[in-house]
Every structure is written in structure tokens, then in C-alpha cells.
Ligand binder design. Structure first.
Ligand code: GDP
Ligand code: GDP
Length: 440
């Protein structure tokens, strides 16, 4: 398992959301407590020490005075349990065990999932009686924590390590890694400000002005789905005002600046009018600048027959932009808060491939095969001989081909090699540069 999934379950008011927020890291953009936001949003990436986590919350039911396990609660809990590798069953140590806790205990037991019993609100010496009582639930020794004060997280870490099988631990120096730089571009009205607002939320989540690459290009840092990101702040994002005033209309110069700033560019297209000339021009510009391109199909709620539409759009995209073959297409509705959680996984996957370094030996084994399968055409009776291929840099991956009669190597052959590299070394959607040099 790469990233373990945990479900946070239990009756209302025991502190599930508080625990969720703590594990998700900072007050996350996507864990917002404005009405209608948290309610739909029950999943986030986070970490506990070196354990990466996908966390599913079940705080969607809004009935703090509920005394019985209603159908809604039941359905949500079951759904969360189904996806979980480990269940965190939260009780309120100060209140002790209630009938509703018992009812939840039964549901959880029936799921057959590994369970860690969490006795919350146990800061200081509080909740000792509740902790003792909780053994009666039959899940063994509880982990006493305080979600709001952050106590007991070391014990929780130890228990999670026990319960989880294999997973990829996070590097501890990750905090020092520079954040991933992202820009959001698109033609006017594509839905950029609505998306950014849905992601970042209100001003409280903006951690303060950070000096950007230039005087007028400023960045906003935040934690997005467990990943530190620096978002190019297209002029005005931080200004107070109505949602629609936030992001000033981007000029061509702004757009270029945003692209140059970014490692990964989110290009928003209006899914109702996708891939218009300007969209294609922008996509091409992103790739020519060597940036990783994620296509976001905005306003997806307005599209009928979504499944068929997505297939059609994928096909259209590859036809219109063969140079972007394999770039991810992510349908979202910022207005309905749907699909936003799919953006970051696409971004990190692409960013990883965009940063890849390929061994020279592997490249040359591959080159030999490609050339013997399909040699370059002869020019005036003389063969062009590709001799040696190496990667000179990444971000974007840049290769140098040493070749006799370099000037005569046709563009189509370069494309053959570029597409081949992308396919053989599994870097779909990554812009690749190939420089051809003469020499023996
Ligand atoms: P949920 O309904 O289970 O998601 O519970 P919430 O996370 O919304 O918390 C319910 C209440 O308990 C809130 O008022 C929290 O501030 C409070 N709470 C959560 N965790 C703790 C804790 O560790 N200690 C104390 N004293 N209060 C907590
Ligand atoms: P920008 O110019 O690219 O920043 O676009 P805006 O974010 O200002 O959005 C342009 C228009 O599209 C506004 O009227 C938004 O309300 C609308 N819009 C944005 N996102 C969505 C969405 O997900 N669904 C729908 N139906 N409309 C949206």
C-alpha cells in the first residue's frame, strides 16, 4: 500500500473533525468549515509523522443531538469503513461510553476492519474514567489523545505503525523541500477565480504575502491535499472583494509570467466550450515553455452525458494536441465542489515524471532498438547515424542526441524519438526536449 487509508468514525461530537483536521495538517483549504463545504468534503491527504495518510471523515451528519444511529450515519460509516485500511473509532473520554457508542461499535466490528479505539478529549488527566470504561467496547486498549491539543499523537503513531502493513514512509526532510509551484491559467470566464476560491477559500487560509520571483508576481503558499504548494498569485487574488473581482483578467504578459513561474500549469477550459483556438494556443505555449500541463475541464456540472463527453474530449484533445499526448484531463465543478480532489494527484504524478532522470545505459539500449527497428532515412545516399543519447537535465526532461549529419535529421524522426521516449520510459503528458548535435 502506498498511502494508507484511515476512516475516522464515531458518534457526533466526539471530536472526529478535530482529529481529521489535525491529521490533515494545517487548516486546510479543503477542510473548510463554511457551511456546505465540509459537508460535502470528507476526504483529505495528510500525515502523522512519517506516515502518509488518506483520511476519510464521517462528520457529514449534522445532528449533534442525535441519540440513535440513523440511516445517514450508518450509510456514511459503512462507506468510510469499506475504503479504510484501518478504522479510528473515536469516543469522548470525558463523557464515557454511551448507547450510541455501543451501536457504532457493533457496526465497526461487523466491518471486520482493523480498529484503533481513540479516547479523545483526554488532555491533561481528563477522561480517566471514560478510558477505563471504553475497554468494555471490546476493541482492546484505547489510545488516549486530545485532538484539539495534539496530545497522544506519538501513541497513535505507534499503534498505526503496528496496524498498517507495508507503506511508503515519508522523508522527514520533506518539510524543507521547496513547495511545488503551480499556476492557473485559462481564457476569461473559464472559471479560474471560482476554482481558486473553492481551493483556497477565504482569506484566513492565505498565509501571508511571500515574495515571488518578480516584484509583481507574488505567490501564495499553502498545503493542498498534503502537499506544499506555491500558487502563482495572478494579480488581485489576495485583494478583498467579491469573488469575481479577485482575479483580474489575465493579459498575455500575465499568462506568460504565470507559466514561467510554474512547474505545473493548470489550464482551465470551459467544458461547455472546450478546446477553442485560444485554449489550444495556451496549451501549446505551456508545452513550449517545457512546463507540465494539466487540463482542467471546468464547469463540468453543465455538461450532459458526462461519461461519454469525457471520452469524446479525451479523443479530441489528443487529436488537436498530439504534442500533449497523455496529459491528464481532470473534470471539475468548482461551483458544486466536485472533482477538486482529483487535481492534486494528477499534478503530483505529472510533476514526478517531469522531474525524472533516466539512466544513460537504459537510454542507449533503447536507442539502439529504436534505430534498428526504424533507421533514419539516408540523405544523398549517406546514412544518418544516431550514435549516443543522454539526458542532460530534467524539469523538463532534456535529451541530447549525438548523430552524424545532425542537420539532416528530419523533424519527423525527432518526433518519433520523443514520442518513443515518452512511451518507453512512462512519462505520459510530459513535454520532452531533444537537442540533436553533430559529431562522431
Ligand atoms: P465530530 O462531530 O465528532 O466531528 O466532533 P468535532 O470535531 O466537531 O468536535 C466536537 C466538539 O468537541 C467541538 O466543540 C470540539 O472543539 C471539541 N473537541 C474536539 N476534540 C477535543 C479535545 O481533544 N478536547 C476537548 N476538550 N474538546 C475537544
Ligand atoms: P475566470 O474569468 O476564469 O476567473 O472565471 P470565473 O471564475 O469568474 O467564472 C466565470 C463564470 O463561470 C462565472 O459566472 C462563474 O460563476 C461560472 N463558473 C465558474 N465555475 C463554475 C462551475 O464549476 N460551474 C458552473 N456552472 N459555473 C461556473
Amino acid at each position: 500500500m502506498a498511502v494508507p487509508t484511515i476512516a475516522v468514525v464515531g458518534r457526533p461530537n466526539v471530536g472526529k473533525s478535530t482529529l481529521f483536521n489535525r491529521l490533515a495538517g494545517k487548516p486546510l483549504a479543503i477542510v473548510d468549515d463554511r457551511p456546505g463545504v465540509t459537508r460535502d468534503r470528507r476526504e483529505a491527504r495528510g500525515r502523522l509523522g512519517d506516515i502518509p495518510l488518506r483520511i476519510i471523515d464521517t462528520a457529514g451528519f449534522d445532528d449533534a443531538d442525535a441519540t440513535r444511529l440513523g440511516t445517514d450515519m450508518r450509510a456514511q460509516t459503512d462507506a468510510a469503513l469499506r475504503e479504510a485500511d484501518v478504522c479510528l473509532f473515536v469516543i469522548d473520554a470525558r463523557e464515557g461510553i454511551t448507547a450510541l457508542d455501543q451501536a457504532f461499535g457493533d457496526v465497526i466490528r461487523r466491518s471486520g476492519k482493523p480498529v484503533i479505539l481513540i479516547a479523545n478529549k483526554a488532555e491533561g488527566r481528563a477522561g480517566v474514567d471514560g478510558i477505563t470504561e471504553s475497554y468494555a467496547l471490546g476493541f482492546g486498549e484505547p489510545v488516549a489523545i486530545s485532538a484539539s491539543h495534539g496530545e497522544g499523537m506519538g501513541d497513535l503513531h505507534a499503534r498505526l505503525t503496528q496496524e498498517l502493513g507495508d507503506f511508503d514512509r515519508l522523508d522527514d526532510d520533506r518539510e524543507d523541500e521547496p513547495p511545488l509551484r503551480i499556476a492557473v491559467i485559462g481564457r476569461p470566464n473559464a472559471g479560474k477565480s471560482t476554482l481558486i476560491n473553492a481551493l483556497i477559500g477565504e482569506d484566513r487560509l492565505i498565509t501571508g504575502p511571500e515574495a515571488g520571483v518578480t516584484r509583481d508576481a507574488i505567490a501564495v503558499d499553502w498545503l493542498w491535499d498534503g502537499q506544499r504548494v506555491r500558487l502563482h498569485d495572478t494579480a488581485g487574488l489576495r485583494k478583498k472583494g467579491k469573488v469575481n473581482d479577485r482575479l483580474e483578467r489575465m493579459s498575455a504578459a500575465d499568462t506568460l509570467r504565470a507559466i514561467k513561474f510554474a512547474e505545473v500549469v493548470l489550464l482551465l477550459v470551459d467544458a461547455e466550450h472546450p478546446f477553442e483556438k485560444q485554449d489550444l494556443t495556451l496549451a501549446d505555449l505551456v508545452l513550449r515553455e517545457g512546463r507540465a500541463l494539466v487540463m482542467v475541464l471546468a464547469k463540468w456540472d453543465l455538461v450532459p452525458n458526462r461519461q461519454a463527453a469525457l471520452k469524446e474530449l479525451q479523443y479530441e484533445f489528443e487529436r488537436l494536441l498530439p504534442q500533449a499526448k497523455g496529459a491528464p484531463l481532470v473534470p471539475v465543478s468548482a461551483l458544486k465542489n466536485k472533482g477538486l480532489e482529483d487535481i492534486m494527484p494528477a499534478v503530483t504524478r505529472l510533476h514526478r515524471d517531469w522531474s525524472a532522470k533516466i539512466k544513460t545505459r537504459d537510454l542507449n539500449d533503447w536507442l539502439q532498438e529504436m534505430v534498428s527497428r526504424h533507421p533514419p532515412p539516408a540523405v544523398q545516399g549517406k546514412r544518418i547515424k544516431p550514435r549516443y543519447l543522454s539526458q542532460t537535465k530534467s524539469r523538463p526532461p532534456t535529451f541530447v542526441l549525438m548523430c552524424s549529419r545532425a542537420a539532416d535529421l528530419p523533424e519527423s524522426y525527432k518526433r518519433y524519438l520523443i514520442n518513443g521516449i515518452r512511451e518507453a520510459f512512462d512519462m505520459p503528458g510530459v513535454p520532452i526536449r531533444l537537442i540533436v548535435k553533430g559529431g562522431k
